[in-house]
Design a protein around this ligand. Structure first.
Ligand SMILES: Nc1nc2c(c(=O)[nH]1)N[C@H]1C(S)=C(S)[C@@H](COP(=O)(O)O)O[C@H]1N2
Ligand SMILES: [Mo]
Length: 387
């Protein structure tokens, strides 16, 4: 299929027409482009939603229902981002001869289009690479992943909008045109169809090999995921162990007490005393930003019952502070609507056993529709945050 005329290449810089593969064709570029745009927009919208979960905005409070909301939005975010990787590679391969167009610039609109492509490619590679490393919990950079990934997302989507707007007539024509034209050699049509089929199979394959980290019937196939549901202490993946958080001694100290502090006073409860309060069982997922999630049965005390010991109001937020002394996830705030939700619990048990120390023993927060990063483990105290 390599019909690049090498003899021409040697004599002068290459031109678009030198790249002879039938895959370098607007019809292929447009079809892959539609899928890529769909993946990017899906990742963008679900990413914004997940971000709102992790950093609640006063002007757009999210409700605690549905309990699986964050699990779905973050699962789709990661899946769409992963699917975008083969699509971006395929689109770049199909389209790169356009880099050798002559003349190089044909006026302001063309310059805008070329510029938007440069921004698009650079930001897409950045987003997919940083997202991928985040899935593997590797942060080999010094900037804040969340802030930069969010800011660059806006630039990426902006450049997609410009690119699609400028190219719209070409895209529409190319999509109307059948991939296999009647007047074309059979070989060319077959190559184009084969390329598109290969892209589709790759995208479906990547998705099938990764969604298993959240969809349990497919977990056996999640060979590309560093964490899988059902794999880990007590059948649940561990994000950070007690010893790596530096809490092992304090978490297993028999003198541990849970402090609950509010305008009505301060209460201290041992694990035995917590076990004597009314217990509830809730079935809720831990859904991590990395894309994995696992549902488990948690038993413990309703958050609302504990807060009622120190506050008469039912509209207060509550801060959950862990024994952990350093680290971004050592504390979290539970908004009032979640505090009152009957499924928000200070969990003491996972399944039928006491929580493993890696899952937050002696007590952890588990609440509905909430990112894993905010399900604080190894609780030290609950503090009523007054508005
Ligand atoms: N104190 C504390 N709580 C924490 C964390 C942490 O690092 N420190 N990690 C969070 C993250 S990112 C996730 S996904 C969940 C994972 O819970 P698990 O390890 O029990 O599965 O715990 C959360 N709670
Ligand atoms: Mo997480």
């Amino acid at each position: 299929m390599a019909r690049t005329r090498l003899s021409n290449l040697r004599r002068r810089p290459p031109e678009q027409a030198d790249f002879g593969s039938p895959v370098h064709d607007p019809r292929v570029v447009a079809r892959v482009g539609v899928l890529l745009a769909a993946a990017i927009v899906t990742a963008f919208v679900t990413g914004l939603l997940s971000h709102l979960h992790q950093h609640p905005a006063a002007w757009l409070p999210l409700p605690p229902a549905p309990v699986w909301g964050y699990r779905l939005s973050q699962g789709v975010h990661v899946a769409a981002g992963l699917a975008a990787i083969p699509l971006l590679l395929a689109k770049m391969y199909a389209a790169y001869p356009a880099l050798f167009q002559r003349p190089r610039l044909r006026g302001p609109l063309h310059a805008l289009e070329r510029g938007s492509v440069a921004v698009l490619v650079a930001t897409a590679i950045f987003q997919l690479a940083t997202g991928l490393l985040n899935i593997f919990q590797w942060y080999p950079w010094s900037f804040s992943f969340v802030k930069v990934h969010l800011a660059v997302a806006w630039v990426l989507v902006g450049s997609v909008v410009v690119h699609v707007a400028v190219k719209l007539p070409t895209i529409v024509d190319a999509l109307r045109d059948p991939v296999a034209g009647p007047a074309e050699p059979d070989d060319d049509s077959t190559t184009r169809r084969g390329f598109l089929a290969g892209v589709a199979v790759t995208v479906l394959g990547v998705t099938a090999l990764t969604v298993g980290q959240t969809v349990s019937p497919l977990s056996g196939a999640a060979i590309l995921s560093p964490r899988r549901s059902g794999v880990g202490v007590q059948g649940l993946p561990v994000n950070r162990t007690a010893s790596s958080a530096g809490v092992l001694d304090r978490a297993t100290d028999p003198a541990w007490r849970l402090t609950v502090r509010g305008p009505g006073g301060t209460v201290q409860l041992s694990r035995a005393e917590l076990e004597e309060l009314p217990q509830v069982a809730v079935v809720l997922p831990i859904a991590c930003v990395e894309g994995w999630s696992t549902t488990a049965t948690w038993r413990g005390v309703r958050v609302a019952d504990l807060v009622d010991l120190v506050s008469e109001r039912d509209d207060v937020d509550v801060r959950f502070v862990s024994l952990q002394e350093v680290g971004s996830y050592r504390q979290s705030v539970l908004p009032a609507a979640y505090v009152r939700h009957p499924e928000s619990v200070v969990a003491l048990q996972l399944g039928s056993e006491a929580l493993d120390v890696d899952h937050g023993y002696p007590a952890r927060l588990v609440a509905p529709n909430r990112p894993g990063v905010l399900q604080t483990k190894w609780l030290d105290r609950l503090e009523v945050v007054e508005a």
